[in-house]
Design a protein around this ligand. Structure first.
Ligand code: HEC
Ligand code: HEC
Ligand code: HEC
Ligand code: HEC
Ligand code: HEC
Length: 218
């Protein structure tokens, strides 16, 4: 009996099958990435009770992060400023601004402003600001160009693989400590060389913070 299919058809069928499998895999990966970035509202502005602008306060007025985020160097939390911090200036300037009405009301009624959280980890993850600050990791490395933000948004996923990526290659991100709070710092062209020097100088120990799950899940 004559062959119904030519021998080459076999190869063709195989190739098509592999092709389909690869295509499906590619679609899944793309869908997953898209889904991931939607899940965390990457780059999307939150609607806040007061349209607080880091661009105004940090870049135009030159106020240091620690004036408002007072515990960032000393504790795990950076802290969100209480209303009286705002009123230290806004009882004197822009006192009639309608945008500041919720701030004045909060001050008079003693009810704190309910800011919408922008960066938040699940409860089963342990994070600590002070250690990162002490080891020369800048605010903008994790929080993006905060000094350009009229409304605060999340710049990074905060996924586990994002944390681990830096814990594996800290020399790519570390900066001289005097620039940790700078909103305008740009890494130099020789970041790798500088970074490797700083990793030694600041005694950054990466192996433990990659392999030990207890570091972040305790
Ligand atoms: C005048 C006070 C003030 C200063 C100065 C300030 N911030 Fe803020 N920051 C706030 C307030 C109020 C919020 C809460 C509203 C919001 O998310 O925009 C906030 C929120 C944030 C958030 C998001 C918090 C969350 O919900 O995840 C980050 C990150 C942040 N600030 C970083 C910085 C950095 C970095 C600097 C210095 C370069 C800085 N801030 C300087 C008042 C300030
Ligand atoms: C150290 C002084 C200082 C502190 C503290 C401060 N501000 Fe301001 N704020 C300013 C100045 C100066 C401006 C004028 C903005 C500019 O640069 O154009 C301003 C402007 C604003 C505006 C815009 C008002 C308008 O009508 O355009 C808002 C809203 C505001 N601040 C909210 C806050 C909140 C909320 C806090 C507390 C978390 C705060 N500010 C803390 C100095 C301060
Ligand atoms: C290594 C990355 C990293 C660095 C560096 C970093 N942050 Fe954060 N920040 C985070 C993460 C992650 C969260 C969410 C923490 C949580 O939900 O427990 C956060 C949350 C915050 C918050 C919300 C309140 C809080 O404490 O949870 C503020 C405000 C903030 N950061 C300000 C700052 C400032 C100011 C600096 C620099 C002095 C800074 N961060 C440096 C990763 C970082
Ligand atoms: C840009 C770099 C960078 C990113 C991003 C980063 N880390 Fe770190 N982390 C470091 C460095 C550097 C150290 C200090 C390591 C040392 O020498 O102990 C550290 C230390 C820590 C420690 C303290 C370990 C200990 O017990 O001494 C914890 C906890 C931690 N990181 C959690 C996180 C989590 C959770 C995330 C993600 C949400 C994260 N880190 C993202 C750089 C980073
Ligand atoms: C540097 C910090 C860090 C270390 C070290 C770390 N994790 Fe995580 N892990 C995170 C963060 C942040 C999240 C939450 C974000 C996410 O789901 O990616 C997370 C989430 C998880 C989740 C939940 C995943 C999900 O989809 O909800 C599991 C399971 C997990 N980690 C297991 C581990 C194990 C096992 C280890 C040790 C090999 C480990 N982690 C080490 C930071 C870390």
């Amino acid at each position: 009996m004559a062959q119904i299919f030519h021998r080459a058809a076999n190869t063709l069928a195989k190739a098509t099958l592999y092709g389909i499998v690869l295509l499906i895999a590619a679609i899944c990966i793309i869908a997953w990435e898209v889904n991931n970035s939607y899940n965390v509202y990457l780059g999307e502005h939150q609607v806040q009770p007061v349209p607080f602008s880091h661009k105004h306060h940090v870049t135009d007025d030159g106020i240091d992060c620690r004036y408002c985020h007072t515990s960032v160097e000393t504790s795990s939390f950076a802290g969100i400023p209480p209303t009286h911090t705002c009123m230290s200036c806004h009882s004197k300037i822009w006192v009639n601004s309608p945008m500041l009405e919720p701030v004045r009301e909060s001050y008079l009624t003693d009810q704190s402003i309910t800011w919408v959280r922008v960066n938040e980890l699940p409860d089963f993850v342990y994070f600590n600001h002070s250690i990162h600050i002490a080891k020369g990791i800048g605010c903008t490395t994790c929080h993006g160009p905060i000094g350009d933000m009229p409304i605060t948004y999340r710049a990074n996923t905060l996924y586990m693989r994002w944390c681990i990526n830096c814990h594996k290659h800290p020399w790519r991100y570390v900066r001289p400590k005097q620039y940790v709070f700078s909103a305008t710092y740009k890494p130099p062209p020789d970041q790798d060389a500088l970074g490797r020097k700083l990793v030694k100088e600041y005694h950054i120990q990466s192996p433990r913070i990659i392999t030990d799950c207890y570091t972040c899940h305790r």
